[in-house]
Structure formats: structure tokens, C-alpha cells
Design a protein around this ligand. Structure first.
Ligand SMILES: [Zn+2]
Length: 204
């Protein structure tokens, strides 16, 4: 009987501690984040892919507890990590806008497929790629010949954000396509046109 009581007490205190940590982090997140609004160029970039009605639902934040480690989304809230994404310092750059395209794609995937499913899938593939290759970044790399159904949520967001860079970046840029090296921009854009359309069709 005494043992049972102790277990009950231990469970009770553990729940209280976990709840306390969650409340503390939520308050900390509130004070550490800085809300920002899209400028005209950023909005135009996103309107190329997403309807205005969807963009109006998104709240944008710089920093905050949720952005620790990497830029992330939390339902319709996008948290940009300024340290892991230094391109955000120059918000008129295509590089910075393509980051917003990537994160907005996650909000779109969540809206259509469910936030929890999207988040678990993203974490799962990042974890697997970390175990396999020692870096979570491999979860983002894709092949242009890969079937649309086999792309994970990160590869999808990356492909859409790469498409934006390919179309508008005039200086040097980096895409996560593993087998695009030998293709010219003229050859590659029509392929991406189709791929991006197919990806969005998955969420119709
Ligand atoms: Zn992502």
C-alpha cells in the first residue's frame, strides 16, 4: 500500500514539473520572440504559391523558444531562427524570401494534412537522416527523378523553395537537388514547373 502511494505521489509531482516547464517555456517564448510583418516583396513571393487568405492566417516571429535549433512552425505561427538562417538579415534577397516560401509550405502541408502529422513526419525524417549520415540536413536532399509520392515533407518544402530560387536568383544559389548539376537553368525550370504543380495537387 505504501509503495503504491509513493508511486502515485511521484506521478503527480512529475506531471506538475512537466506542466511547470511547459508554462515557463511558453512565457519565455512570448518574451523572446519578436513579431514581424511581411513586406511587399515577400508577400508577392508567397502569393506565387499560396492564396492570400492563407497568408493572412500566418503570424511571423523572429526568435523565440520555438526557433531554438532551427526555424520552425507551430500551427500557423512561423518562427525564424536568425542564427541558423543568416540570409534573413537581408529581407529583400531571394534567399531570404525562399526561406519564407519553405516555412509557408509547412503551414500549407499542416493545414491540408494536419499539423501533428506534418511535424512528426519532419522530425522523423530529420532524426533518421541524423542516425544514418550524422546530420539532419540530409532529410532535405531530393532527386529530381524521385516520384512525388516518395518525397517527405522537408523534401517537398525544399523543392518548392528551390524552384523559387531557380526562377528568381540571378547570383549564386544553392539547391538541394542531388542530380541537377548537369542540367542548365533552361532545362531545369520546366521540370520544376511540373514537380511543383504535382506537389500542390497532393494538397488540393
Ligand atoms: Zn522545413
Amino acid at each position: 500500500m505504501i509503495k503504491k502511494k509513493r508511486w502515485k505521489q511521484a506521478t503527480y509531482y512529475s506531471i506538475l514539473i512537466i506542466l511547470g516547464i511547459i508554462i515557463f517555456l511558453t512565457i519565455l517564448n512570448y518574451f523572446l520572440r519578436e513579431e514581424f510583418y511581411l513586406n511587399h516583396e515577400e508577400k508577392q513571393a508567397l502569393l506565387e504559391f499560396f492564396p492570400e487568405e492563407h497568408l493572412n492566417k500566418i503570424n511571423w516571429y523572429n526568435g523565440g523558444v520555438i526557433s531554438w535549433g532551427a526555424s520552425k512552425i507551430f500551427f500557423n505561427n512561423v518562427y525564424i531562427n536568425p542564427r541558423t538562417t543568416p540570409q534573413f538579415a537581408n529581407r529583400s534577397s531571394i534567399e531570404s524570401q525562399s526561406l519564407l516560401v519553405h516555412e509557408t509550405m509547412h503551414t500549407w502541408q499542416s493545414r491540408k494534412g494536419g499539423y501533428i502529422k506534418m511535424d512528426i513526419e519532419a522530425l522523423y525524417y530529420q532524426f533518421i537522416s541524423f542516425l544514418k549520415y550524422g546530420s539532419r540536413n540530409y532529410a532535405y536532399i531530393y532527386s529530381i527523378n524521385q516520384s512525388i509520392d516518395s518525397l517527405n515533407v522537408e523534401q517537398e518544402a525544399e523543392l518548392v523553395d528551390d524552384y523559387f530560387s531557380l526562377k528568381y536568383e540571378t547570383e549564386e544559389f544553392y539547391i538541394r537537388c542531388i542530380d541537377c548539376e548537369n542540367l542548365s537553368i533552361e532545362e531545369i525550370i520546366p521540370i520544376y514547373d511540373i514537380k511543383v504543380k504535382e506537389i500542390f495537387a497532393r494538397y488540393d
